[in-house]
Design a protein around this ligand. Structure first.
Ligand SMILES: C[S@@+](CC[C@H](N)C(=O)[O-])C[C@H]1O[C@@H](n2cnc3c(N)ncnc32)[C@H](O)[C@@H]1O
Length: 278
């Protein structure tokens, strides 16, 4: 593959090694990072190289091919897991006030959080569903490609450093109680309470290569597509459209938009907070 940007001979070599590394990861482990947005992925690969203490990407490739446990750690480093409870409160307010009333018309609700990261988004929606008396008839699937992120999501334990932000987000999202009602705290950490996990299934799923499950009423795919290149983004959006039942909701991140309304059969529902309807 021709280098995307190459200035010096050394950069040109690095660019070739970068593409070879992605091919090697795909051949050896089946994770296909080749369609990710190259500039940000390259930055993360170079950060992994710096952390490894190895001399160049060729050496890193050799180590990764021969050491599956190292690869598991590297996969966690190559994916970005930044999140917050009630991240983008305006989104969660619209979810509560406009999406939940529609969901209420279904006897059973199925929600898929793909790219759920470390779980904050899943617990946020579980809290909204509890406060609107919908949680008991909802099944939530929470998936991510990264095993490390999924472990953290299952645990649901977060640093108290951000607790004020979380509580403000919760209030701005229309929360009717106190965030502290849903967690216990101690030793600088808050732990989300067990009942919020009751109807959640956490498991590994790769949006690039795995099939999707059908008949979802809501798919959250927030702040995931930004890491994908244009073609991969289109392929994944087509998969998400297939996963939703007619009338189902697609929730994207605040900086993620469909290029054209009507794409993959979606119409705008609340385009200002990136909610679309199939
Ligand atoms: C920034 S986090 C978003 C977390 C949460 N959705 C939010 O908005 O706060 C992006 C997540 O996408 C996941 N991800 C990246 N590539 C993926 C793929 N191919 N399949 C599934 N998840 C993926 C990463 O592991 C990471 O946890």
């Amino acid at each position: 593959m021709a280098p995307d940007v190459a200035h010096t001979p050394q950069e040109e070599v690095e660019e070739i090694e970068f593409h070879l590394l992605l091919e090697a990861i795909f051949s050896r482990y089946g994770y296909d990072l080749r369609g990710y947005a190259p500039a940000s992925l390259r930055r993360r690969v170079l950060a992994v190289l710096a952390k490894s203490g190895l001399g160049n990407l060729g050496e890193l490739q050799h180590r990764l091919l021969s050491d599956p446990s190292l690869f598991a750690d590297v996969l966690d480093d190559l994916t970005v897991h930044v999140s917050e409870l009630f991240r983008d409160p305006g989104f969660f307010r619209v979810f509560r006030e406009r999406v939940v009333p529609v969901l209420r018309t279904y006897p059973l609700v199925k929600i898929w959080h793909c790219g759920c990261g470390t779980g904050e988004e899943v617990y946020s929606s579980a809290i909204v569903l509890s406060e609107t008396s919908l949680y008991e008839r909802t099944q939530i699937y929470a998936t991510d490609v990264s095993p490390g992120a999924l472990d953290a999501a299952r645990e649901g334990v977060y640093s108290t450093e951000q607790v004020e932000t979380f509580a403000e987000n919760y209030a701005r999202a229309g929360g009717v109680g106190k965030l502290s009602d849903y967690c216990t705290d101690g030793y600088g950490r808050i732990a989300l309470k067990e009942p919020l996990r009751k109807n959640v299934l956490f498991f590994q799923h790769d949006l690039v290569s795995d099939q999707v499950f059908g008949e979802m009423h809501v798919v959250f795919c927030r702040n995931v597509l930004i890491y994908f290149g244009h073609d991969l983004k289109s392929r994944v959006l087509a998969k998400l459209a297939r996963s939703l039942c007619p009338g189902g909701f697609l929730c994207l991140g605040s900086s993620e938009r469909l290029a054209r309304p009507g794409e993959w059969g979606f119409t705008e529902f609340a385009a200002d907070v990136s909610i679309y309807r199939r």
